[in-house]
Write a protein that binds this ligand. Structure first.
Ligand code: GLA
Length: 413
């Protein structure tokens, strides 16, 4: 009798233990908190290399990130996008393409980690990735286990071929799988803003794409028939109304940078300034092994990066749309009472600026910040010329060429 009771107790306790193992996911906490307190910075293969990825490119990019000074400027993630895939084995575990990644992902992660950098990978919630490789649908927990085993630090999770899936649910599943695998990873939600990820993404991931793909031009739309990709200005305009959703550890993602992929330097400067004002992830998308001095200077402008990486994590806003539709003025509250200001010339002709601070009243109602230029005088630093240019007692005067910016930092005197 005693033995039967003991056996029953043993069976009861082990079944609870096993049950508990399978259900250790807490749906309210599906992400590794604190991995992206400022917008993630790094590089991703897609914009420049599309499906031409292999271990040599990734290693050389890691080398170049260090040698160029980008690592020192804050870039840390080396993210492999689509097309790294080989086949699943018979139990269903995924392996990289052996021709492209002959040393395997673990060795690659070790190489990247030894440089003080982190490695990111890409998958898709559907049957297949956008490039037609095996997706994670039905294999989420196995894929997460492999990524953890390889030493992956960042997962971009795409949304092609997801017929019948609910976006929030699918991202919760991969979030749970990552939790279960036990290795902290940034989760980059990439469903192009189709299902309002800003409404639910915060508890699941660290950043969410707000739009379709960026296209390598400043002001254009690339129409592929069934879908479009968007120029820098077009994507910038699609960020309206979203700033209240972003903050430390949960960012709006207006897609990766096209800096260094052929735009003239004024447009690169404007692109970088806009993404910095938006507190957007700064994920370079060019060939780091081979970039011009101008491109490198844009990508590593530490004072502009400091605006992007400001610890308050507040996304900037457009200040009183001006009568002149070609000239936009943006403000971003920064820590310590500082402000970043951007004058963006989105038109085709040079624009004159004459901004008399003391006549303006800058209020951020959402994040409860205000700049009263009558009461407070700020010193002005030009973040591109890297010079102090006076104070807010005097009007700011400038001529801004087409598709260019002035970017300033105001500091309480
Ligand atoms: C989608 C994503 C892109 C890129 C490609 C890869 O289009 O939005 O950023 O990852 O898939 O196929």
């Amino acid at each position: 009798m005693k033995r039967t009771l003991l056996l029953l107790l043993f069976t009861y306790l082990t079944s609870w233990y096993i049950y508990g193992q399978g259900n250790k996911v807490d749906p309210g906490h599906l992400k590794y908190e604190g991995l992206a307190l400022t917008p993630p910075m790094g590089w991703n293969s897609w914009n420049k290399f599309a499906c031409n990825v292999d271990e040599r490119l990734i290693k050389e990019t890691a080398d170049a990130m260090v040698a160029s000074g980008m690592k020192d400027a804050g870039y840390v993630y080396i993210n492999i996008d689509d097309c790294w895939h080989g086949q699943r084995d018979s139990p269903g575990f995924m392996h990289p393409n052996p021709d492209r990644f002959p040393s395997g992902m673990k060795a690659l992660a070790d190489y990247v980690h030894a440089k003080g950098l982190k490695l990111g990978i890409y998958s898709d919630a559907g049957w297949e990735t956008c490039g037609g490789h095996p997706g994670s649908r039905g294999y989420e927990f196995q894929d997460a286990q492999m990524y953890a085993k390889w030493g992956i630090d960042y997962l971009k999770y795409d949304w092609c071929n997801t017929q019948g899936l609910n976006a929030e649910g699918a991202y919760m599943t991969i979030g749970a799988a990552l939790q279960n695998a036990g290795r902290p990873m940034v989760l980059s939600i990439c469903e192009w803003g189709d299902n309002e990820p800003w409404e639910w993404g915060k508890s699941v991931g660290h950043l969410w794409r707000t739009t379709g793909d960026i296209y390598n031009c400043f002001d254009c739309i690339k129409d592929y028939g069934s879908w479009k990709s968007w120029g820098v200005l077009q994507i910038f305009d699609m960020q309206k109304g979203l700033r209240e959703y972003a903050g430390p550890d949960h960012w709006n993602d207006p897609d990766m940078l096209e800096i260094g992929n052929g735009m003239p330097v004024n447009e690169e400067r404007a692109h970088f300034a806009m993404w910095s004002m938006l507190a957007a992830p700064l994920i370079a998308g060019n060939d780091l092994r081979n970039m011009s001095k101008e491109t490198l200077e844009v990508l590593t402008n530490k004072e502009v990066i400091a605006v992007n990486q400001d610890s308050l994590g507040i996304q900037g806003f457009q200040y009183l749309p001006q009568n002149n539709k070609d000239l936009e003025i943006w403000f971003k509250p920064l820590q310590g009472g500082d402000w970043a200001v951007m004058f963006l010339n989105r038109g085709k002709t040079t624009q004159k600026v004459n901004f008399n601070w003391t006549k303006e009243n800058v209020v951020d109602e959402i994040f409860d910040k205000a700049a009263d230029f009558d009461k407070t005088t700020y010193t002005i630093r030009d973040l591109w010329s890297k010079k102090n240019i006076g104070t807010t007692k005097k009007a700011f005067k400038a001529e801004i060429p087409s598709y260019d910016v002035a970017m300033l930092r105001l500091t309480v005197k």
